[in-house]
Write a protein that binds this ligand. Structure first.
Ligand code: DGJ
Length: 368
């Protein structure tokens, strides 16, 4: 064998051995998380979809430096069977080179979430969109669809939801939370009424599919003062006009919803830009509420700043009972691509939840 061939084979062997050795068997929150190519996973503000035995992780592809929070590439997708080891599936939704497109390169495209619609057989991606060059003024919801889970996704539209619709008031809603646009009584109601004709602002967001197949879009509205929980249509590609306001006037971002034993849970954060703040959690018996505020689910050292992170998703672990993973981003705005992921188990104490810091853990913390 020629010497250079020998060297090449030796190098290939060494790199495959290194890969085999680097198979991950635990979560180490806050550290560099290498994908199958050895690169730190680039899927910030992410969400998960479980389909046919595989988890798919969608998130914001960030670039280096402080401009890295603008969308220069698009939404990145990874896949995994065990939640520790992730394979790069490439860019699922690419930003457009056309500067007049809603998702033009350089726009702000945050917190993408994907759900599957069994009726249309389409994968539907929702995200928070800010038009290029306008800062956070546009506050729109964007939607894209694909035939294949990892894409390519085709951008459909972006808009402010529920134009002309008043909120629902589930039984038990206090009178002082009912909006009267003839006499708005506080700032958040003022923003609601201002935006009524053109649609509500839609920033930090998530999507949630209930047991009956109905899907909901949860987003920070009213200049981030209030969360809206809004029904999506049967195709999951638009809003129906049915929605409720949650924790009105208290400025909640980063909502993540899950359901356990028939109770709806939501974890969110306060609004302090990229800086961490205390998480907050809520429960409700019906998706539209009324939602009860329970304070901070995090306990122990660092709990007052969510251990340095901000919620992005809560993942039910398939095949395990009472097993939910709280997923958060530790933002690094000066070098966006370096942002870290904090995944921690949710612990149930009866119907209450707690989240504690762990340097290292694996799925065996969940009983069955
Ligand atoms: C906090 C939000 O949760 C993030 O998604 C992002 O919009 C930053 N604010 C921007 O400051």
């Amino acid at each position: 064998m020629k010497p250079y061939r020998f060297l090449l084979s030796a190098l290939l062997l060494l790199s495959s051995l290194a890969n085999a050795q680097s198979k991950l068997i635990a979560f180490t929150p806050g550290t560099i998380w290498p994908d199958n190519n050895g690169l730190h996973i680039n899927a910030h503000g992410g969400g998960m979809l479980y389909k046919n035995g595989t988890y798919y992780w969608f998130g914001e592809h960030k670039i280096a430096g402080d401009a890295g929070n603008r969308a220069m590439v698009g939404v990145h997708c990874y896949s995994s069977k065990d939640l520790y080891n992730w394979k790069d599936e490439g860019i699922a939704l690419a930003v457009s080179p056309d500067s007049t497109n809603d998702i033009a390169k350089g726009c702000i495209l945050e917190r993408p979430k994907v759900i599957y619609n069994p009726k249309t057989k389409k994968y539907v991606m929702w995200f928070h969109l800010e038009l290029r060059g306008q800062g956070y003024k546009a506050a729109r919801a964007g939607v894209a669809t694909a035939d294949k889970v990892s894409g390519p996704y085709t951008f459909i539209k972006s808009y402010r939801p529920n134009a002309g619709f008043m909120p629902l008031y589930p039984e038990g809603t206090p009178d002082n939370e009912k909006v009267n646009c003839t006499h708005p009584t506080n700032e958040s109601e003022g923003f609601f009424c201002r935006d009524l004709p053109g649609g509500q602002m839609a920033r930090d967001m998530n999507v949630f599919v209930d047991d009956d197949g109905k899907a909901y879009h949860i987003f920070s509205a009213e200049e981030n003062y209030t969360l809206d929980i809004a029904e999506l249509n049967d195709n999951y590609t638009g809003h129906t006009g049915k929605f409720a306001r949650v924790y009105a006037g208290h400025q909640t971002e980063a909502p993540a919803i899950f359901k356990h034993k028939g109770i709806y849970y939501m974890i969110g954060s306060g609004t302090t830009g990229w800086a961490p703040n205390p998480a907050r959690w809520f429960t409700a018996k019906s998706i539209y509420g009324p939602w009860t505020y329970h304070g901070n689910p995090c306990i122990g050292k660092g709990s007052e700043i969510t251990f340095g992170g901000q919620s992005t998703y809560v993942l039910p672990v398939t095949g395990k009972k009472d097993a939910f993973i709280f997923m958060a981003d530790k933002w690094t705005p000066k070098d966006a691509i370096d942002g870290r992921y904090l995944w921690l188990p949710v612990t149930f104490k009866g119907d209450d939840i707690e989240i504690s810091w762990m340097d290292k853990w694996d799925l065996s913390v969940f009983k069955k």
